[in-house]
Design a protein around this ligand. Structure first.
Ligand code: BDP
Length: 334
């Protein structure tokens, strides 16, 4: 009797366990497992905001979508991740508009040096109907830009000397993001541009393959570039928006309700990112100063702007269809 009872009990337990496994399996078969790409380490403002996005989406869709973020570019460098998101191998990502230029021509407008007067102007323009036009251009290439993050202003830094005037850039080997516009930008200043993946910059600075690069305070600090390139010069030549982008193929499978949830979560994430960004920019500035970095103001930014004017002229000559959008971005800041 006792033996029989034990057998029955263990059978029952097995059945219960099986039923549990089956229902868990069917729940996760129903759930959309979303893979998200991120270039930054987990403590970076963008990363924290992406995690909030993932949590809000999972919670509000009651697990119908389960986003998971892969930080530190473990799924590939940025140009590669853009391709993967366009073809649906990745579901979402935070992309900078710099490396987007070779794929979505209109976004090159955002990469024209000094196109935005300040990060606040950038936010204002991107949050307006003008930002929607950039989102439309991205959508044509299978990327849904659901909200805009900030990335401050990018400035030049190098291992050798402070940059005060364009002459100080002459002969410097400067890493740029993957975009011909940036090659031209450094060329116009008399430097030698080297397009290179972000992950390779630290080692290249250290071994002298390049002399410098350009980035905002949080990236200059979190990447450790400040340890090897100690002169940070406030040229503030690029103020680039970033998107929280979802693959169009993933987006199109969603119900209208879930699209609403995902869009709203992306907008909340942007509000959080912008606030965290502000704080982190200051913390990073202080950290690099404490580490002995020499930061210099650039008094005559107009001199840099003048040197870079041919970039505008060539861009408009090559893309006459985009001239009015360039003008609209400028006029929105007057
Ligand atoms: C950072 C951007 C990141 C870029 C990186 C770079 O947030 O998307 O990949 O600069 O310079 O500021 O490559």
């Amino acid at each position: 009797m006792l033996i029989n009872k034990t057998i029955n009990l263990s059978k029952t337990l097995t059945l219960v366990a099986l039923a549990g496994a089956v229902s868990a399996a069917s729940a996760s078969a129903l759930a959309d497992q979303w893979r998200g790409w991120n270039i930054h380490p987990p403590s970076y403002p963008n990363s924290i905001a992406l995690e909030s996005f993932a949590d809000e989406v999972a919670e509000k869709t009651e697990g119908r979508i389960e986003p998971k973020i892969y930080h530190n570019a473990v799924l590939g460098d940025q140009p590669d991740a853009i391709e993967q998101t366009r073809n649906g191998a990745l579901d979402f990502a935070n992309f900078n508009m710099g490396p987007m230029g070779p794929i979505v021509s209109a976004t090159n407008i955002l990469s024209l040096p000094f196109i935005f007067k300040s990060p606040d102007d950038m936010y204002r323009v991107m949050d307006s109907e003008i930002g929607d036009r950039f989102a439309d251009a991205l959508e044509e290439k299978n990327l849904m830009a659901l909200s805009w993050f900030g990335s401050g202003a990018r400035s030049l830094y190098n291992t050798d000397h402070p940059v005060n005037t364009p002459v100080d850039v002459e002969g410097l080997k400067v890493r740029v993001m993957n975009n011909d516009l940036y090659v031209q930008m450094i060329d116009e200043l008399g430097g030698n541009a080297t397009p290179m993946a972000y992950s390779e910059v630290y080692q290249s600075l250290k071994t002298g393959v390049i002399d410098g690069a350009e980035n905002n305070y949080p990236s200059y600090e979190s990447s450790g570039h400040y340890e090897v390139a100690k002169y940070y010069s406030l040229t503030e030549h690029l103020i680039l928006p970033e998107c929280l982008c979802v693959a169009k193929s993933s987006w199109d499978t969603l119900s209208a309700e879930d699209q609403g949830i995902v869009r709203e979560a992306a907008q909340h994430a942007a509000v959080e990112q912008r606030q965290l960004w502000k704080e982190r920019a200051e913390t990073s500035r202080q950290r690099v100063l404490d580490a002995g970095v020499e930061i210099n103001e650039v008094e005559d930014k107009a001199a840099f702007q003048a040197k870079m004017q041919p970039i505008y002229d060539d861009f408009v000559a090559e893309h006459p269809d985009l001239e009015s959008l360039v003008e609209d971005v400028q006029a929105a800041q007057e």
